[in-house]
Design a protein around this ligand. Structure first.
Ligand SMILES: Cc1ncc(C[n+]2csc(CCOP(=O)(O)OP(=O)(O)O)c2C)c(N)n1
Ligand SMILES: [Mg+2]
Length: 548
């Protein structure tokens, strides 16, 4: 490191060293100094979005794909707009660094009423403490570098967002000279790890019908290779949760499908629930993952390992890192089994559009989209039937499915596709978004255009909040009709299509596959009460809960 690095420069260097090359956000006077540094830096690029919430979702998707993301905003007016996206990143374990400008330390003396202040100078920080793994105000040049490293380490260790507040008079202050970042690697306790692995191995080897249930943390901790090795070496079948969907390529012979209790495919449910040893890896037992608590997983027959907990049946092990456990298991002496006949996802089949004026249904839409998926497609789904229907898509390659499958904030998909494609420029996002969710953040397509990105956006237009209509309907579920396909005229980029029939959908997707210069927006007009089989099951379940 240079002798005289200042606080802002150090933050940029450390973000870059952890894989961040893009920072999303909108400037303001409290953060302009740092924005100037960002834009002068050769290490990272600034991506301006239309709204801070868009930046927050983009950074979240970027973090899911690259392992760390960053959003940079101004004090409170910008910061509090990313409160929702940060909460989502916390809930779904996505390591986003929230950097907020703030009034200078000198300006805070005597507590003046500076613009953007809500109540106290630390009000915003207190809010963020609720949904970050660590937070700091870089108020002291003596400790600033150390604080940056402490907080970034927490993001990487827990795969959760962190908050860094940068008072505007601190950005150019020199930190401690000749500072060396500490080695913060945390190791498992070797004896506990050995003993946990021994118990797990013996339980798996004794089991008649073991099954692996892989979830989101396998992805977050980049342990897909270990999972693959484990399945290949042992022939133990693998199911995933909705949140963990695509953690393994879905065409592997050992892949069972998505397990989500009574909401998922019945054959997958029966297989998993009749297993005498469910190895839950990186799992997160949320209500949606558990099919609104219709899942039947008995702890007496389970190994439950994630970054926060390791339990084998009723034994809990402390001080074992999830990564070490996964690696240990992948290399352990596990019995190789004869390949069992397992339920497999129904074959994708080839879609043949019905000729004439046959209206497209959700079910047929997903069948056609299955054909559209290519090796470089990353599917980004928003809340609504976009998410539920998409669970039946076959993701060819691992980790190519992004959706807010637990926190479930609408408005995720369009901005997330920006983050996902910048994080992996070789990918082309296929964005699935309902009309309601599109009206929340669809304007970020302007950012898509500005960045020269080329997602294919499917707006599932069922003229309202379809998911809610099935639970309880009323005029509050209607969404006004926009001419979505004309947005390219406004943004000066992209191509728009409106489709109602199978033949039109087929044509539009064929055209979108060829048009890679900019984004394509395909509005698919659906019957208001049409729905995917997954949503049908979910809505029935939620309506039941409502009546309780
Ligand atoms: C930010 C936010 N506001 C409200 C909700 C509640 N909600 C869940 S699904 C839904 C309707 C979604 O409508 P749309 O995007 O059109 O998808 P559809 O259900 O029609 O497939 C609403 C309002 C939410 N999940 N997130
Ligand atoms: Mg809708």
């Amino acid at each position: 490191m240079k002798k005289t690095t200042n606080i802002g420069e150090y933050l940029i260097q450390r973000l870059y060293q952890h894989g961040v090359k893009h920072v999303f956000g909108i400037p303001g006077d409290y953060v302009l100094g740092f924005y100037e540094q960002l834009s002068q830096s050769k290490l990272v690029s600034v991506v301006n979005t239309c709204d801070e919430q868009g930046a927050g979702f983009a950074a979240d998707a970027y973090a899911r794909v690259r392992g760390l993301g960053a959003v940079c905003v101004t004090y409170c007016v910008g910061g509090l707009k990313v409160a929702n996206t940060t909460a989502g990143a916390y809930a779904e374990k996505s390591p986003v660094v929230v950097i907020s400008g703030a009034p200078g330390m000198k300006e805070r003396e005597k507590n003046p009423l500076l613009h953007h202040k809500v109540k106290e100078f630390d009000t915003q920080k207190k809010v963020f403490e609720q949904f970050t793994a660590a937070s700091t105000v870089l108020s002291d040049p003596q400790t600033a570098f150390q604080e940056i490293d402490r907080v970034l380490h927490a993001a990487l260790r827990y795969k959760r967002p962190v908050y860094i507040e940068l008072p505007r008079d601190m950005v150019f202050k020199t930190g401690v000279p000749h500072y060396q970042p500490p080695d913060l690697h945390e190791a498992s306790d070797p004896d506990t790890l050995r003993s946990a692995l021994a118990e797990a191995v013996s339980m798996i080897n004794r089991a008649r019908k073991p099954v692996i249930l892989a979830d989101v943390e396998v992805h977050r901790f980049a342990l897909q290779d270990e999972l693959l090795k484990l399945a290949r070496r042992t022939n133990i079948p693998v199911a995933t949760t909705v949140l963990g969907k695509s953690v393994v390529g879905e065409q592997h012979p050992f892949y069972l499908g998505v397990y989500e209790g009574a909401l998922g495919r019945d054959d997958v449910r029966r297989y998993v629930e009749s297993s005498d040893c469910v190895v839950m890896l990186g799992a997160f037992l949320t209500d949606i993952n558990l099919g609104i608590y219709t899942a039947r997983l008995d702890p007496a027959r389970a190994i439950y390992a994630n970054s926060e907990k390791l339990s084998i049946r009723y034994h809990t092990y402390e001080d074992v890192r999830f990564k070490d456990f996964m690696r240990g298991l992948a290399g352990a002496r596990l019995r190789r089994r004869a390949r069992r006949k397992i339920p497999t996802p129904p074959p994708a089949g080839t879609f043949r559009a019905k000729r004439g004026n046959v209206q497209i249904t959700i079910k047929r839409l997903y069948q056609r989209l299955n054909d559209f998926l290519g090796a470089n497609t990353v599917v980004v789904a928003d809340v609504g039937d976009a998410l539920f229907g998409a669970t039946d898509l076959f993701i060819r390659h691992r980790t190519e499915f992004l959706g807010p499958a637990y926190y479930a904030s609408m408005g995720f998909a369009i901005p997330a596709s920006i983050g996902a494609q910048l994080a992996n420029p070789k990918s082309r996002p296929l964005v699935l978004v309902g009309d309601g969710a599109f009206q929340m953040t669809g304007m970020e397509l302007a950012t898509t255009a500005r960045q020269g990105l080329n997602p294919v956006v499917i707006v599932l237009n069922n003229f309202g909040y379809g998911t809610e209509r099935h639970i309880q309907d009323g005029p509050y579920n209607d969404v006004p009709l926009w001419q979505y396909s004309r947005l390219p005229e406004i943004f000066g980029a992209g191509r728009g299509f409106v489709v109602r029939t199978e033949a039109q959908l087929d044509e539009a997707l064929a055209a979108a596959a060829k048009w890679t210069k900019s984004f394509c927006l395909i509005e698919v007009q659906l019957e208001p009460l049409d729905r995917s089989p997954a949503l049908e099951r979910l809505a029935a379940r939620l309506a039941l809960n409502l009546k309780k």
